[in-house]
Design a protein around this ligand. Structure first.
Ligand code: NAD
Ligand code: TYD
Length: 348
């Protein structure tokens, strides 16, 4: 049995990846390492907590000694690294937290993997999960490819870019076998309601204003989280060492159009009159350094590994809305306590 470490597996994307690996690969023992920050939640992986090939490890990737201890104890042969501070707005108010987790935390994992594997890299793999935001902002035209130069604008994307560079540097310098993916905006179940889609679903349910930054004419490419998990599985198993793959949904939306679609779907689902939720749309002060447009060229992963999204945006969004409406207890739990303080500070 191979011991595999997944970091950040109590978060949004990580929980989907952990679930997929635990259920699909009984030959692996999955160790899920997560510090359970505000974004991590054991409820996200409750359904697999008793699986015989699964162990949860509570710990901080910034804690070098702890990281070295678990690598020595469990002799991991593969690492899928998802733990991160992930929210751009929080990176604007507390950039150092992003350096600690995203840069130093990644370094600790890289060092531990290099030291454990250095005598024999065969069959070992360090998979770093990253974002398309490292490429900066596009104008009206063009797509990010794997060779687009890095040009990060937010403290979040700067910290992810830094960690990406270190991963590649460890590959070049020490021969560490790595793969790296840069993915566009994910959406789906277990998404913490600080990000656009779950925040707006929660506010629509509660008849609260929908704070659209600036004029709302910012564009993102959206991918259903389960399709991202499939891509991660594929790259981990079939990606080539020292390669980067862009992952995207072929699905660009201007924020304001997406919000209007979401409002219409919520009206339907909640039995509200047409146009009712859209009345909640409120234009607010823009995010500083707001990137205009992200769009991914995902043709490499499509051609080389045969991956493409399995659901349309309409389907994925509908499933997401249904999930939030069926899981109001989850939503109430994550929005009680600290969340209201964050919300007040960010949107007052
Ligand atoms: P998330 O914020 O939902 O979850 C992050 C998880 O990491 C949480 O469970 C948290 O407790 C854990 N964590 C944070 N700091 C930690 C630390 N110091 N030690 C151990 N655990 C810690 O994030 P997400 O949206 O699931 O993103 C996961 C990864 O995917 C990140 O690396 C992110 O940069 C990347 N990514 C996210 C998106 C997206 O749209 N959400 C898109 C592309 C790439
Ligand atoms: P977000 O979900 O924070 O993801 P990212 O910044 O990583 O792309 O934001 C998606 C888009 O929605 C982005 O253009 C910012 C915008 N946005 C709002 O207009 N209002 C909000 O309250 C939030 C959270 C985001």
């Amino acid at each position: 049995m191979k011991n595999i470490l997944i970091t950040g597996g109590a978060g949004f994307i990580g929980s989907h990846v952990v679930r997929r690996f635990v259920t699909r690969y009984p030959q692996y023992h999955i160790y899920n390492l997560d510090a359970l920050t505000y974004a991590g939640n054991l409820e996200n992986i409750k359904d697999i907590q008793d699986a015989p090939n699964y162990t949860f490890l509570k710990g901080d990737i910034v804690d070098e000694q702890f990281i070295n201890e678990i690598f020595s104890k469990y002799q991991f042969e593969g690492v899928l690294h998802l733990a991160a501070e992930s929210h751009v707005d929080r990176s604007i108010t507390d950039p150092l937290a992003f350096v600690r987790t995203n840069v130093i935390g990644t370094m600790n994992l890289l060092n531990a993997a290099k030291n454990l594997w250095k005598d024999n890299f065969d069959g070992k793999r360090f998979y770093h999960i990253s974002t398309d935001e490292v490429y900066g902002s596009l104008g009206a035209e063009g797509l990010f490819t794997e060779t687009t130069a890095y040009d990060p604008n937010s403290p979040y994307s700067a910290s992810k870019a830094s960690s990406d560079h270190f991963v590649r540097a460890y590959g070049e310098t020490y021969g560490l076998p790595y793969v790296l993916t840069n993915c566009s905006n994910n959406y789906g179940s277990f998404h913490f309601p600080e990000k656009l889609i779950p925040l707006f679903i929660n506010n629509i349910i509660n008849n609260k204003p929908l704070p659209v930054y600036g004029d709302g004419n910012y564009t993102r490419d959206w991918l259903y989280v389960k399709d991202h998990a499939v891509a991660i599985d594929l790259v981990f198993h079939e990606g080539k060492n020292h390669e980067t793959y862009n992952i995207g949904g072929f699905n660009e939306w201007k924020n304001i159009d997406l919000v209007k679609l979401l409002c219409a779907k919520m009206d339907e689902k909640l039995g509200r009159a047409e146009g009712e939720s859209a009345k909640l749309i409120t234009y607010v002060k823009d995010r500083p350094g707001h990137d205009l447009r992200y769009a991914i060229d995902a043709s490499k992963i499509n051609k080389e590994l045969g991956w493409k999204p399995s659901v349309t945006f309409e389907e994925g969004l509908q499933e997401t809305i249904n999930w939030y409406l069926e899981n109001t207890e989850w939503l109430n739990n994550v929005t009680s306590g600290e969340y209201s303080k964050y919300y007040e500070k960010q949107y007052s």
